[in-house]
Design a protein around this ligand. Structure first.
Ligand SMILES: Cc1cc2nc3c(=O)[nH]c(=O)nc-3n(C[C@H](O)[C@H](O)[C@H](O)COP(=O)(O)OP(=O)(O)OC[C@H]3O[C@@H](n4cnc5c(N)ncnc54)[C@H](O)[C@@H]3O)c2cc1C
Length: 516
């Protein structure tokens, strides 16, 4: 049994009640360039020694600042606990969470009765609402599950029944004519489809950043560049040995994605092995956007959801992913064969897509564990929760996983104390379907830098770049800046704006490096 966290609601993490800045000139600016509203602020550190001393022990340390770990840290921030989110990379959302197909799934096709089915369904509801409140771009375009042969056509009614068992009663079978009326650019041979309303496209980068930002603004310390290398379990504190020193914590959460098995081993558990399952993707230029209205899904096969074509919230079209089981957890490169295979399949689904230019290619690694479900487990004797095997639905399920983990931490003896409101949050909009700063006359009238376009492909302004570079969690590099603004993410991939974006990054570098 542990004692509840000792910090009071509204009290600062440094014990003074005062917000602490992570960069020069604190208080820091939030993502909109407006000073924060005075919520208790956690520290964001990127280097230097970790906090030590008698007050430096945490109630909970969450390891891994992907979408899942960040969601858990945010959920814990609702309580008067001392919490740290610890990440090996120098930014949040730098693992699998930055490279997926960005679909907010309804869970219509999950295996009924599994934990994943429940958390995806619940996560879809929670994240759709959270996105509305915080400005994460979501477009509820709906999905069409397209049958290309008789066998697939006969599978559609079974998939509709499965959707119903998962609580989705709004699916509808479409014949070939109805399908073509909805998607006129489909290739020849599309026989029928199952229409799935509610499937949406979302910005995965803003989602992770929103969770982590809200967690930090509500008192969670974020330690980046801080790989966990050893765990010395103990009572009342575990000692978490990282590259930057030792943290003490009563409870530990492992949200390490591909490395959840390795961190499990640090506490003496060997419950599963993570096998990376690579998914390669092609992103087509914005001129392709009019070719597709829905998320076009194949009828699923044994290796998962299969290859899809979907719009993105940034106004592009995406084709992928592959599904390749590998040994190497760092193999995030694309291959000529993988991309050629995708083009072949994509050309059958939407032939005109192949005439469009490709803006980018990338690959992400799913954390497969040989079980068609998540591997989330509480280990009360160790005051430890593993959040593993969050394979191809973790973005969608993230908020529901976080609530589930809070319950498991209680099973491990954590008394979270009373609830308190989280710090307010409104994220900068990266979505094409919503107003962007370069078109906002009032915003520009108030701050001319929002009228000064730096990245012309993606129409990103100097004001947005400045706001990102001085935000609660400034990017650690140019890729992190791209995930916060879209700068350098368009058809020229930074060829024209790269120098100016880098100059801005250097100008504000002191914010990103933090106080230490
Ligand atoms: C190709 C592909 C397509 C997908 N499509 C979708 C989709 O459309 N919709 C959807 O909902 N989901 C999708 N997913 C799944 C989703 O992306 C993942 O489930 C989710 O990102 C997993 O998040 P995570 O936080 O568990 O892992 P990660 O994002 O990998 O985060 C884990 C973090 O832990 C850190 N870490 C690891 N070891 C240590 C250590 N020792 N010390 C400190 N830090 C450590 C890592 O650096 C990493 O940042 C897809 C995945 C892939 C690969």
């Amino acid at each position: 049994m542990t004692v509840p966290g000792t910090r009071l609601p509204g009290e600062g993490v440094n014990g003074t009640g005062a917000p602490r800045g992570n960069g020069p000139g604190a208080p820091r600016l939030n993502g909109t360039g407006v000073p924060g509203a005075g919520a208790p602020h956690g520290d964001v550190t990127r280097r230097g020694p970790l906090p030590t001393g008698p007050d430096a022990a945490y109630d909970v340390v969450v390891v891994g600042a992907g979408v899942v770990g960040s969601a858990i840290a945010r959920a814990l921030a609702r309580h008067p606990l001392r919490v740290a989110l610890v990440e090996a990379a120098n930014d949040v959302g730098d693992g699998t969470s930055k490279a997926n197909t960005a679909i907010l799934h309804t869970g219509f096709d999950a295996a009924p009765g599994t934990l994943e089915a429940r958390l995806v369904r619940e996560g879809h509801r929670l994240l759709a609402g959270y996105a509305r409140r915080t400005g994460i771009p979501v477009e509820p375009v709906g999905a069409l599950l397209v049958a290309w042969d008789e066998q697939q056509r006969t599978a559609l009614p079974r998939l509709a029944e499965k959707a119903e068992r998962n609580g989705h009663r709004t699916t509808r079978l479409l014949d070939a004519d109805e399908l073509r009326a909805r998607e006129p650019h489909l290739g020849p041979g599309a026989l029928a489809a199952l229409q799935v309303p509610g499937e949406s496209v979302i910005c995965p980068w803003t989602t992770t950043l929103a969770y982590a930002t809200q967690a930090v603004r509500s008192g969670v310390d974020l330690h980046l560049g801080c790989r966990v290398e050893k765990v010395r379990t103990g009572d009342p504190y575990h000692r978490i040995v990282t590259r930057r020193g030792v943290l003490r914590t009563r409870h530990l959460v492992n949200a390490c994605g591909l490395y959840a098995d390795a961190v499990d081993a640090l506490v003496g558990r060997e419950d599963f092995t993570v096998t990376p399952r690579r998914g390669q993707l092609l992103v087509f230029d914005k001129f392709a956007r009019d070719l597709v209205r829905h998320i076009l899904l194949p009828v699923p096969g044994p290796l998962g959801k299969g290859v899809l074509i979907a719009p993105t919230v940034y106004g592009n079209v995406m084709l992928g992913p592959t599904a390749e089981d590998l040994d190497d957890k760092t193999a995030t490169g694309t291959t000529a064969e993988g991309l050629a295979g995708l083009r072949e399949q994509g050309g059958r689904i939407l032939p005109a897509l192949l005439d469009e230019e490709v803006t980018a290619v990338y690959a992400g690694l799913r954390a497969a564990t040989g079980q068609e479900d998540y591997r989330i487990a509480a280990h009360p004797a160790l005051r430890y929760v593993t959040v593993g095997g969050i394979r191809s639905t973790g973005l969608t399920a993230s908020l529901a996983i976080a609530e589930h983990v809070l319950g498991l931490l209680a099973d491990c003896g954590l008394d979270p104390g009373p609830e308190r409101p989280l710090a307010a949050l409104r994220m900068p909009n990266l979505g094409e379907a919503f107003p962007r700063p370069y078109r906002d006359a009032r915003l520009i009238a108030g701050d001319a830098e929002y009228g000064s376009v730096v990245c012309h492909c993606e129409r990103v302004t100097r004001g947005e770049i400045r706001a990102a570079l001085t935000s609660t969690i400034p990017p650690g590099g140019l890729d992190g800046l791209r995930r916060r603004t879209r700068a350098r993410g368009g058809r020229c991939q930074g060829h024209y704006c790269g120098a100016e974006v880098r100059a801005l990054f250097e100008e504000y570098r002191e914010y990103g490096e933090g106080a230490r």
